[in-house]
Write a protein that binds this ligand. Structure first.
Ligand code: ATP
Length: 216
């Protein structure tokens, strides 16, 4: 007998914002996830180093998670002294939770870029993929992703409860047109970021003087 599935949302979270949190909540409700684990990455493989330190990003993720009992912070990638590959995280979680379906959450931009991920073809052996709508990213799939969907796409959320891994489910969430890049630019320009991220996170950014006079 399998337990209820859990969601996993990996990210740089530089900073965490409503474009991460709102789709995660909607997906949790739509699928019936027992929890959503927020997994800040340490050394992101796909991008330049984050503006904030791992400790600061973790602090912001903790503040965001504290406001919703369904969010749990998972620090494992910050404790690894090597690039944060999703496959490594999924292998570990599968060993720890052998009876729990895992739903790896991502935005449409991430699905489109999936073929560049380390050992991407193995991901569905360990988890389902749950993909959120993200403005600016249309479902114009590259051939490899189209093939993946042809084999693994389901519209049946209950299928994510019945097996441990192997399905791709496309969410119909409220689109949130926001990126951390845009938020950083807004903060750097001294503008008011309220309502784009949790108030506690906005307060932390303000207190620590983050994202001001970014030299890059
Ligand atoms: P940056 O602008 O710094 O690249 P980001 O806002 O895209 O950051 P990440 O931490 O890189 O945020 O994203 C983590 C995950 O959250 C990814 O799977 C990404 O697709 C998803 N995500 C981020 N913003 C949104 C959004 N507005 N809507 C849906 N998914 C999102």
């Amino acid at each position: 007998m399998l337990t209820a599935p859990i969601g996993l949302l990996g990210g740089t979270f530089d900073p965490i914002h409503i474009g991460h949190l709102r789709p995660a909540i909607e997906v949790r409700d739509a699928i019936g996830l027992a929890e959503v684990r927020l997994i800040p990455n340490h050394i992101p493989p796909h991008r330049a180093n984050p503006f904030c330190s791992s400790e600061q990003r973790l602090a912001m993720v903790r503040l965001a998670a504290a406001e919703n009992r369904h969010f749990v912070v998972d620090e494992r990638e910050l404790l690894r002294d090597k690039p944060s590959y999703t496959i490594d995280t999924l292998v570990e979680l599968r060993q720890e939770l052998p009876e729990t379906p895992l739903c790896f959450l991502m935005g449409m931009d991430s699905l489109l870029g999936l073929p560049s991920w380390h050992r991407w073809q193995e991901l569905l052996g360990y988890a389902h993929l749950v993909v959120s709508v993200r403005p600016g990213w249309q479902p114009d799939y590259p051939a490899e992703v189209a093939q993946l969907l042809a084999r693994h796409h389901t519209t049946d959320a209950s299928a994510l409860h019945r097996c441990l891994a192997g399905h791709v489910w496309l969410a119909d969430n409220q689109p949130i047109d926001l990126s951390a890049t845009r938020l950083r630019a807004l903060l750097d320009a001294g503008q008011d970021a309220r309502y784009l991220l949790p108030e506690s996170v906005a307060h932390y950014i303000d207190q620590q003087g983050l994202y001001r006079t970014m030299c890059r």
